[in-house]
Design a protein around this ligand. Structure first.
Ligand code: ZN
Length: 351
């Protein structure tokens, strides 16, 4: 593999030749305003070699049919983009509760408070905003500051209150086991807001489970089987159908869990003649045991005006049973893409 030495005034670095050619910043190779590539890498030979390579704070490279100029500012920006990442998730300490932020404080123009809020969401996967307007539909306006809502084939804003005609079990006063929403989509929205408009009912505490923490407690064989086997999930209404077959665990290229999918409600029958069915069910049983173990749950009460924002690929939410006759309880849900929110935080941090 061919490499080129870049001799800057303060250091010398070796980079792959094709990388250097592909990252030429000139107006012929890039759309300068947007940094988009114009050069297609296969248009140069795979064994490309420079004719001459300069040195100094601005390095000229003669490719024979093209002249590139690489500055130190280009080097630093290339490195910055290449090493960019979202905030690292951090595990929940025992007794964890989502951090609480004041609504007007995070939206009042204080960039430090807003960044702290968004960074906490990125790292913990769950935050609470207090003193929000108890206006139905406010969650749409709230999320639009950072991200467009993520629409699914049901209502844009999903109302949760006692409704015997509702299309799923959230419309009862029963306890709901921990789950994340839209497991019936192969690519569920990665963010969710649960906005408590009114909560005058007794009971109905909120419960959260850190899915990444749970995945780390599984043994390797269970984690691998749950990541390999695709299982159907379904949620439907008179006018909408969502169904998809997906693994319960998804990992990134480094093997880190980036998505735990768990929806007891929506899980469909797996083929019992599948040779993996028995082993999968045992792994699923152990996963379920960890999720329902109260030692692995954060429990707290959402009052009227509290807005809970969670990473829906990481955090499972649940509700204890409540007494519907004891007072009104009305919650509204909306989805969004977590990447959009974290990228707004990145933009905010640049100014
Ligand atoms: Zn160029």
């Amino acid at each position: 593999m061919s490499m080129v030495e870049l001799r800057w005034p303060d250091r010398t670095v070796e980079v792959p030749t094709l990388w250097l050619r592909d990252n030429c910043p000139c107006a012929e190779c890039r759309v300068e305003a947007t940094t988009e590539h114009r050069l297609v890498i296969s248009s140069v030979p795979i064994d490309l070699e420079p004719v001459t390579v300069g040195a100094g704070s601005s390095i000229e490279v003669d490719w024979g049919d093209h002249l590139s100029v690489y500055t130190q500012a280009w080097w630093h920006e290339s490195r910055r983009q290449a090493t960019r990442s979202h905030p690292e998730p951090r595990g929940w300490a025992p007794g964890f509760e989502p951090r609480r932020f004041d609504h007007d404080a995070i939206r009042g123009g204080d960039r430090g408070v807003e960044l702290d809020f968004l960074d906490t969401f990125g790292r913990d996967g769950a935050v609470i905003v207090e003193n929000t307007p108890s206006t139905p539909g406010y969650c749409v306006e709230f999320i639009r500051r950072w991200a467009p809502p993520f629409e699914v084939p049901f209502d844009l804003v999903h109302d949760v209150y006692v409704d015997p005609a509702g299309y799923n079990v959230a419309h009862t006063a029963e306890a709901l086991p921990p789950h994340n929403d839209m497991g019936s989509k192969r690519h569920p929205p990665s963010g969710q807001i649960l906005h408590m408009l009114v909560n005058d009912a007794s009971g109905g505490d909120s419960v959260l489970v850190d899915g990444f923490g749970i995945a780390a407690l599984l043994d390797d064989a269970d984690r691998a089987l749950l990541a390999r086997k695709e299982i159907g999930h379904r949620q439907f209404a008179d006018a909408a159908e969502t169904w998809g077959r997906s693994p319960l665990i998804r990992t990134d290229a480094a093997g880190r869990v980036v998505h735990l999918r768990y929806s007891n409600q929506l899980l469909q029958a797996i083929d019992p003649t599948d040779p993996d069915a028995g082993a999968w069910y045992e792994a699923y049983h152990r996963l379920s045991g960890l999720i329902t173990d109260e030692a692995n749950q954060a429990q707290f009460r959402l009052n009227g005006g509290d807005l809970l924002m969670v990473n829906n690929h990481r955090v499972l939410h649940a509700r204890r049973a409540f007494q519907p006759a004891s007072g009104a309880r009305h919650l509204q849900d909306i989805y969004f893409d977590t990447d959009d929110v974290l990228n707004e935080a990145w933009r905010l941090a640049q100014d």
